[in-house]
Design a protein around this ligand. Structure first.
Ligand code: ADP
Ligand code: MG
Length: 609
């Protein structure tokens, strides 16, 4: 048999290696930004087109490269950052593998311009698919500019795996934000197509956070600072009450390198225990400095995972230090999670809900007027059989339930007292401002009003959003949404359906969002909440199709416009709710699969006696 093993040609080897380093345009951005930082630049510009798919350009004013280095930098394992194996344990640079430029040049068309302070003339190199096309002297400023065109031009299969521009650009802005956060003393600019998304002047960390996350104002952050023999920790953690529904503002940096580490994340979350609501996430921007000898960054090609040789100690120190910084604060701020904020909405606000089910409180209605001194259980004694539930027996209800009904006079729905015979429509009544009871052939139903209306609104919206644009209510005072540029960009993929839903935007770009009109059914005070939830969901799972986007929007808008627990419903509103619910395609579950109603058969109840 002939020998069959041979070495792969360089360009093939490079392409294979590139697969690890360059997964998407954002990987190119990350590598180029890190190189600029390693070259000690203090002003870095990032220009991208079409979410980096056609063009990524990084310009820095760092130390530049000599002619020979400019040529060398595209070789695999060519680096100026380490010389020997031991150097791996004393790293002070972001790069060290010497693979990035070789990998990028293997799968794209690259133009490099660079000049050092000492050289008068710079160098201009064009390279494509690992082949040098030209190399010439060039008049250029000190520093380096790397332009990367048509990523994956020679690997069509890889291009196909790229996601929509919105998704790819989100990855890019994530990388940009990470580097910009780690280096507040450096000025950064990010331009996407023709839009300047960020222009960050040199500053301190706290200000940099505010620059990047416009919603993060100073007073939402608590400083963090801890020095031990092993490590130093500094940075900021968000006050518990500002915890968000998405995890996006959580950053760890180790020696100024952004990292992910579930263990350390756990340490921080442990410190917040009992201070934040379940399902919400605090912001944190935590910078750990540790002797490079104690860490190993070498375990992941994109270098975002890292191993510490003393993880337990680090965990304990981190948790203690976050706890400490929350300490003072939490003493003065006990958050009462059990309080239902909807119950605190003044009635005239509730009354202003624009569409059915309308909320109207009959202020004159007082169940105690007719027979003063009588208690709730005596009152309907004449026809208690019509009451669906066994209210006639106090012992069927917990003591607190009974108490609540007596004191909560407005939830005393009047249908409750109606004569059964006179009642033509569906018989319903409301309890605890949360459940609607109604009879059906062989028993009765307990319907969760808020969930039922959520289902109804969702199905309506799904239909309407895909048909005609819905009417909008003009706001007298436009709402300013304090979202970051990246967040607004993420929302922009839903701009069209948002507008069909009735939103109108006076401004909708990286610099900000101003809302001048909102859907008719949406109370203006819930607008930001709805958009915030929408955003949280987009951050967790980006919709791939237009329909998936519409679905997310319909769900969030339905939730935002559904009647809440705590809302008093008039008999006809209850009735309408029941009728509409059972006209739905899937009345039994909410769009996020929660139970809408419970069925109780008379036979089941009879059995209990
Ligand atoms: P690494 O960063 O791991 O060393 P790269 O392939 O990213 O590998 O870069 C190779 C070398 O090219 C670097 O070690 C550095 O000497 C040089 N280089 C790359 N980018 C720049 C830049 N923006 N300014 C100056 N030198 C650079
Ligand atoms: Mg590098």
């Amino acid at each position: 048999m002939p020998d069959i093993i041979h070495l792969l040609p360089d360009h093939v080897a490079n392409q294979i290696a590139a697969g690890e380093v360059v997964q998407r345009p954002a990987s190119v951005v990350k590598e180029l930004l890190e190189n600029a930082i390693d070259a000690q630049a203090d002003a870095i510009q990032l220009l991208v087109k079409d979410a980096g798919k056609t063009f990524v350009h990084v310009i820095d004013n760092g130390k530049g490269m000599t002619v020979t280095d400019a040529r060398m930098c595209f070789e695999r394992h060519a680096t100026s950052k380490i010389h020997k194996a031991e150097d791996l344990f004393a790293l002070h640079t972001k790069g060290f593998r010497g693979e990035a430029l070789a990998s990028i040049a293997a799968v794209a068309q690259v133009e490099l311009k660079t000049r050092t302070a000492e050289d008068e003339l710079g160098t201009f190199i064009r390279i494509e698919g690992s082949k040098i096309l030209s190399q010439n002297p060039e008049v250029t400023t000190q520093g380096t500019s790397v332009a990367v065109r048509r990523l994956f031009f020679n690997i069509p299969a890889r291009r196909q795996f790229l996601k929509s521009d919105a998704v790819e650009f989100k990855h890019i802005s994530d990388e940009f934000i990470r580097v910009a956060l780690a280096h507040p003393e450096v000025s950064f600019r990010l331009v996407h197509n023709t839009t300047e998304c960020f222009h960050l002047t040199p500053t301190k960390l706290r200000q940099r956070i505010v620059q990047l996350f416009s919603g993060k104002s100073n007073e939402k952050l608590l400083p963090l600072s801890e020095q031990t023999d092993l490590i130093s920790i500094r940075g900021f953690v968000g006050k518990p009450e500002y915890a968000k529904r998405s995890k996006t503002e959580q950053y760890f940096f180790v020696n100024q390198r952004y990292i992910r580490n579930a263990y350390l994340h756990h340490a921080v979350m442990a410190a917040y225990e009992g201070l934040i609501k379940e399902g919400t996430y605090p912001s944190y921007f935590i910078f750990i400095e540790v002797d490079p000898a104690h860490i190993d960054i070498n375990i992941h090609p994109t270098k975002t995972e890292i191993k510490f040789d003393n993880e337990q100690a680090l965990y304990a120190i981190l948790r203690a230090s976050v706890k400490h910084s929350l300490g003072q604060f939490s003493l003065s701020h006990r958050i009462d999670f059990d309080k239902d904020p909807t119950l605190e909405v003044p009635y005239d606000k509730l009354k202003s809900l624009p569409q059915l089910p309308k909320i109207e409180v009959d202020k004159d209605f007082n169940p105690f007027l007719k027979s003063a001194g009588s208690d709730f259980t005596k009152k309907p004694a004449t026809n208690w059989e019509s009451l669906y539930v066994g209210l006639e027996s106090k012992s069927n209800l917990g003591p607190s339930d009974t108490l609540e009904i007596i004191s909560d006079e407005e939830s005393f729905s009047s249908s409750f007292l109606d004569d059964e015979e006179n009642n033509e429509g569906v018989e319903t009544f409301q309890m605890r401002r949360k459940f609607i009871f109604t009879a059906y052939k062989s028993g009765f139903l307990i319907i969760n009003q808020s969930r039922a209306h959520y289902r109804i609104r969702y199905e309506e919206l799904l239909k309407e959003l895909t048909d005609n644009p819905l009417p909008s209510q003009q706001l007298l005072f436009p709402i300013q949404a304090h979202f970051s540029g990246a967040e607004i960009d993420l929302l922009s993929q839903l701009k069209e359906p948002l507008e069909s839903a009735g939103f109108q935007f006076a401004q909708f770009d990286f610099k900000g969002m101003e809302i001048s009109g909102i859907p008719v059914q949406l109370p203006d005070e819930r607008t930001l909440e709805v958009l915030g939830n929408l955003l949280a969901e987009l951050e967790n799972q980006t919709p791939d199709t237009y329909f998936a986007g519409v679905d997310i929007l319909a769900r969030n808008l339905a939730k935002g416009t559904a009647v809440k627990t705590g809302t008093l419903l008039k008999p006809e509103e209850q009735e309408q709710l029941v009728n509409q619910l059972f006209a739905c395609k899937e009345p039994q579950l909410t769009p996020d699969y929660k139970r809408v109603y419970l069925k109780m058969d008379w036979s089941e109840i009879e059995n209990k006696f």
